[in-house]
Design a protein around this ligand. Structure first.
Ligand code: G4P
Length: 531
């Protein structure tokens, strides 16, 4: 097959949601439709269970298992679909943000009872930064949820995106009858009895005035549907694929992942409209998928917590050209040639060695410590991919070294773990004070455990009351110097030595903005390049 055709077949995306909205269930149903798994339950078993929240070893074990589901590939409708898994656990949100830099589009799952939740907003902010095209799936329609129009209003308001329903629910909860497909005027009737069925019960009707509608859903629901559709056509513009591809409008589907309902129509639409592998910017230029020469970047590193197997897996997203096994590529940051004997692709639960891979694909590279997040591989060109931002952590703790004899090991451990993306590290002077920033408490446990077990270093953490970390930029070096002089105790440096204001409160940040008008404070590190 021609190179261009291989690229056009690839649809690489992530399913995102607030925990419990149904991401795992939906992922699994996609795999069932794609024929990648035969029985339900395969993905679920890999999920980080809520009950294990305080038991991080258990979580790490489960994360270990979930390497296999980091990427799930299956063919569907002549396309090759790559689903990149994102951890549902809130404490691993940073992992999810990074994964979003390696996809070309997302499907956002919303619980129809709960609507837009905190984590949904945060995830969508990341998508908005990159104008990632979004399809929305409103799930759990078999439960008595909120009014669909209210939900759509809330989506537009809180997620700052226009929406366009492509299917419409007929009643909900116990009375849920199915959906009317606005794009082709057919009915998809709901049958709660058959959860594992792949075929859907599609009934063509000749327009909403067709008397069959009453027969099928009852008079009241038929009339409500007619009113709703009239309102939809009045309020929402026709769906425009170009606007979707620009990330400006999100098509919305309703269904029930658990009941396998409403999924096929979304998957069919997804494979038809979702973007093929998109261009990615480097510090030098934009790289386009069908360039002949291979390039790609590392967006995730998975360490093996078992001390007997110290290898790690670095996940590479291919941006351009064809990746080939056993071929030398340039590791740009290290200016070093590397080749990979066992690059792996992941299929639901199995892993296999790949000979070649194409733009849009994600492969796992066994790593002995060469990679950190954001690293670029090329056929020789000197360029680094942009767009692996760090986001301001929400929790900050100072590292307290409990064993001065192991200071070197501690420093090395902290550096490597933070390069892997477990947490962020800020260094404060004088005194070389190390501050770890995370989005959840769990990472502190993970770091403490791994420092001891992998590096032999003993560390404790002292809580710090910082509100946010803000990266500082300016064209006025004198003002920055002045700021550092005055606020020195609240200024740290990130892994690349960029100055960061560790703001003690929202008010102090506001004051800093007022008093130092020539400084800009950013809550992500990726402020220089708009992708
Ligand atoms: P997540 O990955 O987004 O965290 O969500 P997950 O798929 O695990 O779903 C969370 C819970 O919601 C699960 O129940 C799941 O069965 C349920 N669920 C998913 N889709 C639907 C749906 O369409 N309708 C209804 N009624 N429930 C749905 P659980 O009790 O937490 O887990 P389990 O015991 O069922 O495994």
């Amino acid at each position: 097959m021609k190179f261009r055709e291989e690229i056009d077949k690839r649809k690489t995306f992530a399913i995102i949601s607030h925990p419990d909205a149904g991401k795992t269930t939906l992922t699994e149903k996609f795999l069932l439709f794609g024929g990648a798994i035969q029985v339900a339950g395969a993905v679920k078993n890999n999920k980080i269970k809520k009950t294990a929240a305080s038991d991080f070893m258990e979580i790490e074990k489960q994360r270990g298992i979930s390497v296999a589901t980091s990427v799930m590939t299956f063919p569907y409708n002549d396309k090759i679909v790559n689903i990149l898994d994102t951890p549902g656990h809130k404490d691993f949100a940073e992992d999810t943000y990074r994964t979003l830099t390696a996809v070309d589009s997302v499907i956002l799952v919303i619980d129809c009872v709960k609507g837009v939740e905190a984590q949904t907003e945060r995830l969508m902010e990341v998508c908005r930064m990159r104008d990632t095209p979004v399809i929305i799936f409103i799930n759990k329609m078999d439960r008595p949820g909120r009014d669909p129009f209210d939900l759509l209003d809330e989506l537009e308001e809180k997620l700052d995106i226009k929406v366009r329903p492509l299917s419409w629910p007929i009643n909900m909860g116990k009375e849920f009858k199915g959906v009317y497909k606005l794009f082709d005027g057919t009915l998809n009737l709901f049958d709660a009895q058959n959860k594992s069925k792949v075929a859907e019960n599609i009934v063509p009707i000749s327009g909403l005035e067709d008397a069959k509608l009453e027969e099928l859903v009852g008079e009241k629901d038929a009339n409500d549907l007619r009113d709703d559709v009239e309102l939809i056509d009045g309020v929402y513009e026709q769906f425009d694929k170009e606007e979707y591809l620009k990330g400006k409008v999100a098509p919305v589907f309703f269904g029930s992942a658990l009941n396998n309902f409403g999924i096929k129509e979304m998957l069919d639409t997804f494979t038809e409209i979702a973007p093929t592998p998109q261009p990615v910017f480097t510090d030098k230029r934009k790289v386009i998928a069908d360039e002949e020469k291979f390039s790609g970047f590392i967006f995730k590193i998975h360490a093996n917590i078992d001390p007997n197997h110290r290898d790690r897996i670095a996940f590479l997203r291919i941006v351009s050209g064809k990746f080939q096994r056993n071929t030398f590529y340039k590791h740009v940051r290290l200016n070093k040639k590397l080749r990979f004997a066992n690059p792996a692709s992941f299929m639901a639960q199995s892993k296999e060695i790949v000979e070649e891979a194409y733009p849009g694909d994600v492969i796992g590279l066994y790593d002995t410590g060469n990679f950190k997040i954001g690293d670029t591989l090329t056929e020789g060109e000197d360029m680094m991919f942009k767009g692996i931002p760090s986001f301001s952590p929400e929790m900050f703790k100072e590292v307290v070294n409990r064993d001065p004899m192991k200071t070197k090991q501690l420093e090395k451990g902290l550096q490597q773990l933070t390069e892997e993306g477990v947490a962020q590290l800020f260094t404060k002077q004088p005194g070389n004070i190390k501050i770890i920033g995370t989005v959840g408490n769990l990472q502190f446990e993970v770091i403490q455990y791994r420092l001891l077990n992998e590096y032999g270093a003993t560390a404790d953490f002292k809580s710090l009351n910082y509100h946010l970390a803000c990266w500082i930029t300016t064209t006025d070096q004198a003002q920055l110097d002045q700021f550092v002089k005055v606020k020195g105790s609240d200024v740290g440096y990130d892994k690349d030595n960029n100055p960061v204001f560790l703001a003690p409160s929202a008010w102090m940040l506001e004051k800093a903005r007022e008093n130092y008008p020539k400084l800009e404070f950013h809550t992500t590190s990726e402020f220089k390049v708009k992708l």
